[in-house]
Design a protein around this ligand. Structure first.
Ligand code: SF4
Length: 336
């Protein structure tokens, strides 16, 4: 059996074992990005590009239906390269190419997993970015930590250095919950602290930045207060890690939504789970004041929430504006 078929079988098996009921998006045009949007964080104009590839090999995280936007089959580098061309020929205007400060690339899985995202396509992407975007200051890549290896970091660092302006590399890793039991037993993240810290050590040698995704209230059965406390423990852990490895760390805090086709949706429908309130988000963020990390609050459910299962409720408009502004300024005074 070809390795790509084996990977497809593994993904299907793990998806079923994790009681996910979504199907994959196998009929999509493989020459187009799965999705993209623009953001305006502190660093300046940012493009978030989601490549359409084979789905995440891990596949098991409880509340995640991101793989449903991907293919269960292998997508080769010829097609991924066409998606790169789509970014630089169709998505970005000439003005945006000049203005762009940051690009985040994702495949709803791991960009550094060469079995689902071709290394040839990754290097081609960096070449095109170096050619077209002279003012980029950060390239961010989403990945699980076990796919990060030192040879890859060395090649990435060299290719990025060839751009017109100094550009930081950022690796963005899903951590989701600090408590080991919540993270690995309930949420099925499969993230070991030793593997995470090994990655942090490797990144430190190259002065790469680290973005860490946390979820507020990622599983049913925990109170709003315990959910806040878990993220606060994560803030303190990352604060220590930033000091130990002299790393620039950003916590990307996502309030959890009930994603369709997942056990979290089932719990939500049975009344056993409610997404966190934005008030709890505010309370959590305030605990990071004075720490050596920055925070970005994710306020986009990417259209993946089941009806009524979003963390945004009627009357949240003012707080959303404040959190949006906080993302751009890191001004804690806005949330007091
Ligand atoms: S959260 Fe990330 S690692 Fe987990 S199943 Fe979803 S895409 Fe894969």
């Amino acid at each position: 059996m070809a390795p790509e078929n084996k990977t497809g079988d593994l993904i299907k098996k793990r998806t079923q074992a994790a009681q996910k009921t979504y199907s994959f998006n196998n009929d999509y045009n493989p020459r187009l990005l799965a999705d993209y949007w623009f953001q305006n964080p502190q660093e300046g104009l940012t493009l978030f590009a989601v490549f359409y590839t084979q789905a995440c090999r891990w596949a098991q995280c409880l509340g995640c239906n991101l793989p449903s936007r991907m293919s269960e089959h292998h997508i080769g580098y010829h097609n991924i390269i066409k998606q790169v061309d789509f970014i630089f020929n169709s998505v970005l205007s000439g003005e945006q190419k000049n203005q762009l400060k940051k690009i985040i690339i994702s495949n709803n899985g791991s960009i550094l997993d060469e079995q689902t995202f071709s290394t040839t396509a990754l290097i081609y992407f960096i070449a095109q970015m170096n050619i077209h975007c002279p003012n980029i200051s950060v390239l961010s890549m989403e990945t699980r930590p076990e796919y990060v290896d030192i040879n890859e970091l060395e090649v990435l660092a060299r290719a990025i250095r060839e751009g017109s302006t100094p550009t930081d590399v950022e690796l963005a890793v899903g951590f989701e919950a600090f408590d080991d039991k919540i993270r690995n037993d309930f949420y099925k993240k499969g993230l070991d602290l030793k593997v995470f810290e090994k990655m942090a050590g490797m990144m430190s040698a190259y002065h790469f930045k680290l973005k860490v995704y946390f979820m507020l209230k990622p599983v049913p059965g925990i109170s709003e207060q315990d959910a806040v406390l878990d993220v606060v423990n994560g803030i303190n852990y990352l604060d220590d890690l930033a000091r130990t490895y002299k790393l620039d760390i950003n916590m990307h805090l996502n309030p959890t939504y009930a994603a369709y086709g997942t056990p979290l949706e089932a719990a939500f429908k049975k009344g056993e789970y409610a997404p966190p309130t934005l008030e709890s988000v505010r309370e959590t963020v305030l605990q990071a004041e004075g720490k050596s990390i920055s925070i970005f609050v994710g306020l986009n459910d990417e259209g993946l929430a089941t009806p009524g299962g979003s963390f945004i409720r009627r009357g949240d408009g003012e707080l959303i504006k404040k959190l949006d502004k906080f993302n751009m300024t890191q001004d804690y005074g806005l949330l007091q």
